[in-house]
Ligand binder design. Sequence first.
Ligand code: PRT
Ligand code: ZN
Length: 283
Amino acid sequence: MIRLAIQSKGRLNEDSTALLREIGIDIDDSRRKFLSQAPNFPLELLYMRDDDIPGVVSSGTAALGIVGLNEVEEHGLPVQIVKKLGFGACRISLAVPKTVDYTGPKWFAGKRIATSYPRILKKWLDEQGIEARIEVITGSVEIAPAADIADAIFDIVSSGGTLVSNGLVEVEKVFWSEAVLISSGDLTPDQQEILDEMLFRIDSAMVSRRKKYILMNLPQASVEEATRILPAMRSPTVMPLAAEGWCSMHSVVDEDELWDKIRQLKAIGAEGILVLNIDKLIP
Ligand code: PRT
Ligand code: ZN
């Protein structure tokens, strides 16, 4: 059995539980408690505030956790980052009122900066050789300049919409974050085995997210050329069609390259191209 701490509610909760379901671990959200056990996998879930997750993992209360890298960095506790999970992407940035004539990092010297991330901010200020006053606020940091609590803010940004609607401009991007799987680094052999199985499934899920299954009808004469366009894992699958001189080709392509490949395949006579999502891909 291994215990995994995840956010009980908030921005990372849904994606964390979706990832667990995607790797075949059942979660009963309707009966969400402080602790709950997956019925089909040796995993116990501990639901808590994201701020507490680095602490429970570093103390070993939970062997694993899913939390934003920003929280890990801010707490500075000894946990291992096992895997970046590709969701919850954001950055922590300095922003100033749009009326400010911003001249560069030195502008912050002697200013008051409101933030919930004093440690990450202090590190950046030290690196820049700047002394400023850090005002620690939890929540609604973006209203601090208008309320004259601070001259600037250091806060999480994703789309940038919150800054714009508060009359602020992002001037320094300091820290990039996404959700990460963390570990106490002190697992029993049994727990390590469970983690390895989870990582194997997570890798398969993450690979399949970026891949598409593609199938098409192709003139027999174009097979060699199409194999060059679609290398696939070993080589594409080619099956004869009832129509003389035609075959069906199946392969897997990177989503990023999909439209470029389709253009090339059409140019060599591919027809009836079908693109499907992949549920799981085990390399
Ligand atoms: O209750 P609990 O303490 O668990 O939750 P919380 O309120 O502290 O955190 P929550 O749920 O807001 O965020 C959890 C994690 O999601 C953060 O620690 C980040 O790792 C990640 N994340 C990703 C974000 C955002 N994107 C984000 N946009 N966290 C917060 N925001 C907020 C930001 O604070 C600002 O108010 O969204 C606003 C900015 O968004 P844009 O899109 O307008 O720029
Ligand atoms: Zn929090």
